[in-house]
Design a protein around this ligand. Structure first.
Ligand SMILES: [Mn+2]
Length: 336
């Protein structure tokens, strides 16, 4: 769907419904929490007579500072969703929506910037060229200046989503439009110093975890950097799965390692079950989403993920990534 048509169609549906329920993907990152929370704040301020809620089955501790209270699906009575408009942000596939009751909704809108794999919405506004979904919500907000009222709180949510999904405006996909969206959000009066303090200050125990991860980095023959984070390591540093999985970002700046991967062992608290392994793949200059897809995962061209059945599969993933990097390096010696 073209952007102008999508924006118009989405606005029409928002105007039509009195009840709007917003969801995002499971294991929320800054963009998932920011885009859903920001959209909620935007719609609440713009349409005070409507009921607008964010409804998800899991929570992000790290993004708690965004202060958007969320409802759990189980809290809503039978039939509640029937006459509601559901808007799902930042979620490529329906199985990743953090609200198992979303299909009960009368109408579903998908707003997402992941690769277009599943059009589970009745309206699907998908732009995989956008660096974050929060940027898309900011674009939506700025498209209807007479109708939509952006509060500083909602703008802070969206700005956080942009900053985190772009690695502070560094990742591929950041373009003039990204900065345009950021400028629009900053115009509403955001305290960026506070946001950056929330996002980038670590507890000393997390620095110790970083140090342990650095110590355990390994390289494949062609230079794929990787770490395995067993449950025991998570426990040792008192980390939840979300914080532990940030380990992938510790590997991002190794010269010659154009692909880097974190394998995080899942505990019994994970939906995939104890003993399964979460894989987070990242790359520069080449795409790695095909590797994730081979193991039933997906994501972006250069930031993807999957879940492995067990530790044994780690060897296979590493072999695939190593082969891919070897082939790429043989014809791109100038890229580091
Ligand atoms: Mn995102």
């Amino acid at each position: 769907m073209e952007r102008t048509d999508a924006l118009k169609a989405i606005m029409e549906k928002i105007l039509e419904y009195d009840k709007i329920v917003i969801s995002r993907h499971i294991r929320p990152d800054g963009d998932a929490a920011g885009s859903s929370g920001g959209l909620c704040g935007l719609l609440r301020a713009s349409f005070p007579d409507k009921t607008v809620i964010v409804c998800n089955s899991d929570r992000s501790r790290k993004m708690g500072f965004l202060s958007v209270p969320e409802t759990s699906p189980g809290e809503l009575p039978e039939g509640w969703f029937g006459d509601a408009l559901a808007i799902v942000t930042d979620t490529a596939t329906s199985d990743r929506i953090s609200n198992p009751r979303i299909s009960e909704a009368g109408f579903i809108i998908k707003i997402d910037h992941h690769i277009d794999t599943e059009r589970y919405g009745d309206i699907n506004w998908i732009e995989d060229g956008r660096a974050s979904c929060s940027e898309m919500i900011a674009i939506f907000a700025s498209a209807f200046p007479d109708r939509l009222k952006l509060t500083p709180e909602a703008a802070a949510c969206l700005y956080t989503g942009i900053v985190t999904d772009t690695g502070r405006f560094r990742h591929r996909g950041v373009d003039a439009e990204t900065f345009g969206a950021a400028a629009f959000l900053l115009g509403s009066g955001i305290d960026t110093e506070k946001i950056y303090a929330e996002l980038y200050l670590d507890d000393i125990s997390f620095l110790k975890y970083k140090s342990a991860v650095y110590d355990s980095i390994e390289l494949t023959p062609n230079g794929v950097a990787y770490v395995f984070i067993p449950l025991s390591m998570r426990d040792r540093f008192g980390l939840d799965a979300e914080s532990a999985s940030l380990a992938v970002s510790f590997l991002e700046s190794i010269r010659g390692s154009l692909i880097w991967i974190a394998f995080i062992e899942n505990g019994s608290d994970d939906p995939a079950g104890a003993g399964t392994v979460r894989v987070r793949l990242r790359s520069r200059f080449l795409d790695i989403d095909a590797v994730a897809a081979k193991y039933g995962g997906g994501g972006h061209a250069r930031a993807a993920g999957a879940t492995l059945r067990d530790r044994e599969e780690i060897t296979d993933v590493l072999a695939d990534a190593d082969r891919l990097l070897g082939e790429f390096k043989s014809s791109n010696a100038d890229l580091i």
